[in-house]
Design a protein around this ligand. Structure first.
Ligand code: NDP
Ligand SMILES: O=C1O[C@H](COP(=O)(O)O)[C@@H](O)[C@H](O)[C@H]1O
Length: 495
């Protein structure tokens, strides 16, 4: 995809400029893009908004603090911060948008940003629709030949209905191709690598199906609990927080067919096609195929119900495991197991592709079931290390003939890691380029909600037996049983 030089010129408007995400993730990412000249160093400006009565200097002080560790000099940081402007603005007040529009016109003229506007809503989701609608109705959108793009944070709705309402609301002001729904897992190097490994290697793609793959496992494990986000988390739970979005996106990329070209529209079409084959369970199937958990206490660690800001009778799940099925030629019969949770043994994200054993084990009396052979497993380590391991069977060196597991390993070098942008940096850069490849389309999001809704509705009507797992473990026993029923087991376990 070619980047036109003028596309790097842009006026940003950030709603939620005084917030946590902006400070921790967005300003450092924008700074990195600025340093690399992916944002035109002369022709860019950002108007940050929030209700607080800040001055430009207050915002610039926050920027300087956010980028202090990565700035090459004080001058560089100051020059960067000088492009930031602050407007106190209540997003629910239409009149404020008129002032915003005038200010935008002024800065556009000053920085010659050629009418390119990027609106980033980093606020609680109940404001997404309000902001989008006012941007249009109060004429804040550019109408002089540049682009208007909207980046929105998660969560995209609480269920299918609210997500659809939100989507309709956004649709009044922006076309689908102008909306960039952030899912930061799509900006992770190893998640992007799935497609390179699959579609760049016939040796992989030829076995990427139910004939050779026994099951696929996706694990997003977190060592921390809810920290200071309990207010949000207790209203969300792991299903909405991690499964509906990040996990479903990863699973979709693993399951999709090869796109006609590596272009956002072609990739989206294939992702949507795969999701149309995703089996949407009924209530009984949801009970059978999904497991929830909530952590208890251990030593100093309080149980979830005694964390700050969590009601003592909370039934919010801090753990989910599930089995997903795609009813299509490629995947019929091959389960995708997924799991995520807080307060687990460690912080890591990995994808394990478990291959079937040979139908006959010639080394061991021909009986596959008594085979001493390991299952071949391709593991993609997404975080915190980035590596790929292909576990195969090989011969034990020396006299005689026995087999043992061997690993073919590729680890990203320190140099590769240094050159790997943080997800937010990568995704903001993509939005500037107009490349929606790594953003979730409405149809993908909607289909993922359809699945999550069935599970959520079931869980909302049945009382769970919480707490049911210990901090530092890999979740409740039921999650192991889920796989054991199919004769499978998690590749990563603590034993
Ligand atoms: N923080 C994180 O780690 C993550 C956050 N997200 C998502 O990012 C978004 C922002 O999260 P976060 O930064 O943590 O939230 P914060 O609560 O820290 O910030 C909210 C922002 O919204 C502004 N705001 C609230 N009400 C109004 C209003 N009526 N008019 C104008 N501005 C208003 C606040 O400004 P003021 O108080 O000055 O009015 C503040 O800048 C959310 O959608 C969240 O789900 C996603 C992943 C991780
Ligand atoms: O979206 C979210 O993701 C984080 C985990 O992200 P990671 O990049 O650190 O793996 C999770 O902690 C948070 O609850 C959730 O909202």
């Amino acid at each position: 995809m070619t980047v036109l030089a003028t596309e790097t010129r842009a006026l940003f408007m950030l709603f939620g400029a005084t917030g946590d995400l902006a400070k921790r993730k967005l300003y450092p990412s924008i700074f990195n893009l600025y340093k690399k000249n992916y944002i035109d160093q002369k022709h860019f400006a950002l108007i940050g908004t929030g209700r607080r009565k800040w001055s430009d200097q207050d915002l610039r002080d926050v920027i300087l603090e956010s980028v202090k560790d990565s700035a090459e000099s004080e001058d560089q940081a100051n020059e960067f911060a000088s492009h930031f402007y602050y407007m106190s603005h209540d997003v629910t007040n239409p009149e404020h948008y008129r002032a915003l529009s005038d200010y935008a016109d002024k800065l556009e003229a000053k920085y010659e940003t050629e009418g390119n506007r990027i609106f980033y809503i980093s606020m609680a989701p109940n404001f997404f629709g309000t902001v989008a609608e006012n941007l249009k109705s109060q004429n804040v959108l550019s109408d002089n030949g540049g682009f208007n793009r909207l980046i929105i944070e998660k969560p995209f709705g609480r269920d299918y209905k609210t997500a659809e309402e939100l989507n309709n609301s956004l649709g009044k002001s922006f076309n689908e191709d102008q909306v960039y729904r952030i899912d930061h897992y799509l900006g992770k190097e190893m998640v992007q690598n799935i497609q390179a490994l699959r579609f760049g290697n016939p040796i992989m793609e030829s076995v990427w199906n139910n004939k050779y793959i026994k099951n696929i496992q996706v694990t997003l494990s977190e060592k921390l609990g809810v920290e200071e986000r309990a207010g949000y988390y207790d209203n969300s739970g792991a299903l909405r927080d991690m499964v509906q979005n990040h996990i479903m996106q990863i699973v979709t990329i693993l399951a999709m067919e090869e796109p006609v070209a590596f272009k956002d529209t072609d990739i989206r079409n294939e992702k949507i096609r795969a999701l149309r084959s995703l089996r949407i369970y009924d209530k009984d199937e949801a009970r059978e195929n999904f497991v929830r958990g909530q952590y208890g206490a251990k030593g100093e660690q309080r149980d979830y119900r005694h964390e700050d800001d969590v009601p003592t009778d909370s039934n919010t799940e801090t753990y989910v495991a599930g089995k997903l099925m795609f009813d299509n030629q490629r995947w019929a019969g091959t389960p995708f197991y997924v799991r995520t949770g807080k307060m687990l043994a460690d912080k890591f994200t990995r994808i394990d592709v478990v291959f079937k054993k040979p139908l006959i084990d010639v080394f061991d009396a021909g009986d596959k079931d008594k085979s001493g052979l390991d299952s071949d497993v391709l593991t993609l380590f997404v975080d915190p290390v980035q590596k790929v391991i292909l576990h195969l069977n090989g011969k034990v060196p020396g006299q005689g003939f026995t087999t043992k597991g061997i690993d073919l390993t590729h680890v990203q070098s320190d140099e590769d890691r240094k050159n790997t942008p943080e997800p937010y940096e990568r995704l903001i850069h993509d939005a500037i380029k107009g490349d929606a490849t790594s953003f979730a389309s409405w149809q993908e999001v909607g289909r993922a909600w359809k699945l999550a809704d069935v599970v959520r509705n079931l869980w909302d009507t049945e009382k769970p037996d919480f707490p049911n797992y210990t901090p530092g473990s890999m979740g409740p026993k039921d999650a192991d049983d889920l796989l054991a029923r199919d004769g499978n087991k998690w590749v990563f376990t603590l034993d």
